[in-house]
Design a protein around this ligand. Sequence first.
Ligand code: PHE
Length: 359
Amino acid sequence: MPADLKMYGISKQKGQISVKSKLEEIRSAALSAIASSGSTAELETIRVKYLGKKGELTSVLKMMGSLSAEERPVMGQLANSVRSEIETALDSRASELKVSELNERLKAETLDVTIPGTPVVRGKKHPMSIVLDEVIDIFSGMGFSVASGPEIEYSDYNFTKLNTPEGHPARDRQDTFYFTDDDSVCLRTQTSPMQVRVMETSPLPIRVISPGRVYRKDEVDATHSPMFHQIEGLVVDKGVTMGDLKGTLNTLLQLLYGPETVTRFRPHHFPFTEPSCEVDIQCFECKGQGCRVCKGEGWIEVLGAGMVHPKVLEGCGIDTSIYSGFAFGIGLERLTMRRFNISDLRLLFENDMRFLKQF
Ligand code: PHE
């Protein structure tokens, strides 16, 4: 007796009965397994178990050869109807499971689009960046380009080439952060060394501004910080006059503070400009009468300027019989404080969001 016949307890003698009961057994076992299956994966295992190449129905079909000629078509028919019944049950259970599996997935992946989202906090420009961008915008409109230079600077550039020789009080160790014992390298105390750097490397004519950090040994208080910002400006061309300087700076201040802004050019001294001046704006609070904002002066100083000293131009190889120029240095902190009515310089550096959020 072949091994598989033995396995199904079928003997040749009672072939028909045994095959029939085996087929019916397979049918009821398969149908109840299908009915209680819980997933499409499980359903596939059932399909393989009963209908697969090595499945139970196939094993029974293999025994058909041992049946008599009359039995064979009857059992064949029964086997076919068992197979199609199982297939139909598999199909309908599969579509049931598909629906319930989809429903479960939809439930699990539910997204409530009405729940408020996590707010994205948007950063803001620092007030000094706002003002600097405005200044750059204004000067761009007048044909200036923007240059930036090193904060660690040779004393040669920070002082000597700016007509501030060794021994000059402006080079005092009490005010300047030096890196070397011979005081040849320092943190720049002003952006003016950029005048020299630009003149040494750029073709004429020159129209440039150069914003950046500068450093001085000052104690921190409401108006001082050891690190602050300046915006240097330089124009070198044929026939540049003090009138050009005034026109340029008046344009800047009126675009920045409004067309009614009143300015005052007051004589001053800088080693690297001659003549030199400081520029004040009339106090917007008291219109020049004197008040708390302007500390009783009626005027607020905003920048230093002057005609570039011939010694500085010549030191950069510029022929002063043809060319002249003007330069200016603006304090960005002061410009910003005036612009937004900020009373304490320290607010600009403390990174307090309650303050910065207001701009
Ligand atoms: N560098 C000068 C200062 O720090 C300002 C200045 C710049 C003056 C350019 C004249 C010309 O005070």
